[in-house]
Design a protein around this ligand. Structure first.
Ligand SMILES: Cc1cc2nc3c(=O)[nH]c(=O)nc-3n(C[C@H](O)[C@H](O)[C@H](O)COP(=O)(O)OP(=O)(O)OC[C@H]3O[C@@H](n4cnc5c(N)ncnc54)[C@H](O)[C@@H]3O)c2cc1C
Length: 471
């Protein structure tokens, strides 16, 4: 029996996609850059089916690419060059298995979208605090496998901080039941941590128990104008100093990026013109708290001190969502207007202004025909430094220079004690950064873990770990 026929026996006739035209969307990454043919796409609907698919592929010696919503930005969820693997898409495993309002936990299957999980939590008066532009498609298994960040890491931490337990299908087809809902469990290695951020290279996550928080009773959102990133950082530190974790969002968006985001948001309109913008949100649990008044007072002081140039506080939840939508639309805007050579760096907060100045010098001196967008999660030291092709040209026009651009930007971050990939992971697109910057001992330990958990390199071959001898 062929592998495809064996897979059809496990998941049913309609849950194996084999025709090239039907496979295309699963084989192509969100940005349309990577596309390599899979043997087929398989859509199991239970952990038992995932386990049977894994066993079947292991017996046939065919690699598996775990795939969630396929919104990852480093082509981790699509086949690597050479192709020929089975894409195992989790979208049919989307049940909310349990919600415990006393323990503040929720057990969710891997294929539930982030948006659906957040909506179920909200329906119970709870918050699941991971949030970003692609949450309508990104899945719980995908955000865990990439340890996704997003806009509220500042206050709640990244996805890793939200995971209490996991259920994972291992390379030999066993199901590891680690769906622990405990806040404390010091009984040896914390095995779930191995699978968080592993980008599907060590196992397939089928369900997770997640930490929930009380939903805020009151929130205020403001858009402030600043002269540059140094002023943005000063505004952040002033407000953080006054508000601590009540400051739940602080995004920096330079002028060109913000104008692009506004242009690609239905009804998007910037309330004032500024060289750069900072988006802020204050949250309060106390129903009597008045975060809007606090934000207004702090922004007025910042304007008196010349730190902020202008500011508008959203007058309604709808207006606040409009501000956030413009920030979230920057990636989509870049994609629709010719694309960008994207970077996702993190540096210690204090060196952000110097890092951005170094990038501006780099672009002005070495890539003067290109346009720069700098935006991202200021409070986490995580900036997206995206170099856009000259006006009217597409990403293909940068083909001969894009590797050098990325090497240049990543080296600037690493030289300042930073990371060359802060929240998007490695996938296929950041392998050169791994070779250039990941210390040899780190790579050896990572390869030892891979060999222990997936000795036949079944899961996501060609991703995350650069080939031996090339590091
Ligand atoms: C518009 C936009 C905005 C974004 N904003 C942010 C942001 O602010 N912060 C941020 O961190 N990221 C952001 N991202 C990228 C982010 O990493 C992904 O959106 C998300 O985390 C991936 O989820 P997914 O379900 O789409 O996974 P996929 O793209 O399908 O897969 C991502 C990786 O996880 C693996 N994987 C998926 N599911 C499983 C599973 N069940 N078990 C094992 N491995 C699995 C895949 O093999 C792959 O390596 C953004 C993306 C877009 C398009």
């Amino acid at each position: 029996m062929t592998l495809r026929a064996a897979l059809r026996e496990i998941v049913g006739q309609g849950a194996v996609v084999a025709a090239p035209g039907d496979r295309a969307a699963f084989e192509t990454d969100w940005r349309g850059i990577a596309r390599h043919a899979a043997l087929c796409v398989v859509l199991p609907d239970s952990a038992a089916q995932v386990a049977a698919v894994v066993k079947c592929c292991a017996d046939a010696g065919v690699g598996i690419v775990p795939q969630g919503g396929n919104t990852g930005l480093v082509a981790g969820g699509v086949p690597a060059p050479g192709g020929g693997q089975v894409i195992l898409n989790l979208r049919r495993l989307h049940q909310i298995r349990a919600l415990d309002p006393v323990g503040d936990t929720m057990t969710v299957e891997a294929g539930a979208t982030l948006h659906a999980a957040r909506a179920v939590a909200a329906g119970a008066g709870k918050l699941f605090p991971i949030s970003f532009g692609a949450e309508g498609s990104a899945q719980i298994g995908g955000i865990i496998s990439t340890n996704a960040g997003g806009m509220q890491v500042l206050s709640y931490g990244s996805t890793r901080a939200q995971v209490l337990g996991l259920e994972v299908v291992l390379a030999d087809g066993r199901i590891w039941d680690g769906l622990n809902a405990l806040r404390k469990d010091n009984t040896g290695f914390d095995l779930k941590q191995l699978f968080i951020g592993a980008e599907g290279t060590l196992g397939i996550i089928t369900a997770a128990t997640l930490r929930l928080y009380p939903a805020p009773s009151a929130q205020a959102c403001a858009l402030a104008g600043v002269a540059d990133v140094a002023a943005g950082l000063e505004l952040f530190t002033r407000i953080r100093h006054q508000c601590g974790p009540a400051l739940t969002l602080c995004e920096f968006i330079d002028g060109p990026a913000m104008r692009l985001g506004a242009a690609h948001t239905p009804g998007g309109r910037l309330p004032f013109a500024a060289p750069a913008y900072v988006l802020l949100e204050l949250s309060a649990l106390d129903a009597d708290a008045t975060p809007a008044a606090t934000l207004e007072r702090l922004l007025a002081r910042a304007m008196e001190a010349g730190v902020a140039l202008d500011a508008v506080i959203a007058q309604s939840a709808r207006e606040a969502l409009g501000f956030i939508a413009m920030r979230e639309a920057v990636s989509e805007g870049e994609l629709r207007e010719g694309g960008a050579v994207k970077h996702d760096i993190a540096v210690p907060l204090a060196v952000i202004p110097e890092m951005v100045a170094a990038v501006e010098r780099l672009v002005a001196e070495t890539y003067p025909d290109c346009r720069l967008n700098v935006f991202g999660h200021l409070g986490d030291g995580n900036l997206h430094i995206n170099i856009r092709p000259p006006a009217g040209q597409g990403l293909a026009s940068l083909a001969s220079r894009k590797e050098a651009m990325t090497a240049d930007v990543e080296a600037l971050a690493v030289a300042r004690g930073g990371s060359f990939s802060a929240e998007h992971g490695i996938g296929q697109f950041r392998l050169a950064g791994m070779r250039a910057h990941k210390p040899a001992v780190d790579l050896e330990l990572m390869r030892a873990l891979k060999a222990a958990l997936d000795p036949h390199n079944l899961f996501n071959p060609g991703k995350l770990l650069p080939g031996k001898g090339t590091s």
